[in-house]
Design a protein around this ligand. Sequence first.
Ligand SMILES: [Zn+2]
Length: 494
Amino acid sequence: MKNTIKKPSRDKKRINKKAPLLALKYKLTWLPSSHELRVDLIYTPVQPGSTVFKYGEPDFGGQKDILTSLKNIQVDAPDSFKLNEATRTITVCHAENKPVHIHYSVIDTRPRNHGPMEQLFRPILTDNEFSIHGINLFLQPLFKKMLNKDVLQSVSWEKWPENITLFQSVDPQNRGDTLITAPVDKFVNGLRVSVMIAAADLQIQCFPVDNIPVYAIAKKDSVLHTTAFQAYMSGYFSSARKFWNNYVDHYYFIILLPFLPPLDKTENIGGMGLQNGHLSKYMSDDKSLSNFFIKHFSHEIVHNWIGLKVYMDMHAHSWFNEGFTDYISWYILVREAFWDAENFVENFNKNILKPHYNSINKNIHNSKIIDKFWNPGEDNSLPYQRGALFAFYLDNQIRLKSSNKKNIRNLLLSIQQFSKNKNENFKLTQNDFIRLTAQFLPEKQVKKDFTQYIINGDSIVFSSDNLCPVFQVHYQNNIPVITAGKKLKNFYQF
Ligand SMILES: [Zn+2]
């Protein structure tokens, strides 16, 4: 099996052909007893006077006070720095074009009574393990005329402890003993971030899907290291790549770790999409790969496209990033026969239609959705439900209009193609979305539906007129209940 895996291409080779404009050289030291990562950064300035760096991103997990994790900043003389707390920027003033030395620490600042969000998004540093995202560890250079992919970053570890296993998502085979060199945007690029995980009982298994390696990173005896999980990935992940007709990634990784106690709120499982992979944390492991875990993994895998390669602003358009991700994950689950028609309608009726049409918040304006988004357990499910219902509705409209020749996949491929031609931090706007959808449906209708169902939050009234014949709908206490024909698998083909 092993020789069927293509070696991950090293960006180093590609980048070395043209001289990088700036090289950031990081040396990292882990100090377990003080719950701290010490960072030494050296670079030779390429712009006169000063270089500006940014730390952290409050939009990443709603961590508004993330700057508290950055401590003990020092810049060696004769150079100096200014920290702007409001913008989280460090302006390093350099006298001449000689190497600049910056030192700082990143510490664990989880509040005493923290929730799952803190464990997913903040630096976690304990006596014997850590978990940190590139966005909370490295400084992001801010340049007016330079793209971050043209800035080269190298990372090495000072005395990596022998008995601890390290996983670094930028270079999945690197265990901390050799230098990593890659463009800075592989470590930090807006919200498309990398991760580093270290623990003594971490196990990393690798298996091929579609000739690329998939890394399964978890504690010993995890569901991730079962043949059932490999079979799921072979079907689902391969199908997701086909759905997007996008094969640019040379590897994929899944990290599954338990939440550390204490937690003030219980959340069975939480996760986030990262560059080339995802990270999930759970309350109790599930050795049998239940439908609950499959549904969660399937959502996070679709984030490898929606939220990363096709992205709308998280504040304004979480309905797209979360709801479309849900709907496409169900699409692929039915296509690959992980779900039959019964599983599909059960999920749709129980987890979407019933709670949504029952919710007192269902009709709130789109601009208010983000207020609740980072409060799991409270009502953060609205963008998932509103977006998934709109995706289901649009899929049906496009199929009806095109006599089943087109569907939501054609729209998403068109959005992906449009996004591909833009710069690295491109976000699809509302107008882009409407214009691209109007390739498949009358523009007037798209505008009206978008304003009504996404912006104003009106409830969609499903009927036999706006659904394909495979679905039927009836209402129970004003809540739509969907049923689907046995041929649903044929419906969700491509
Ligand atoms: Zn999501």
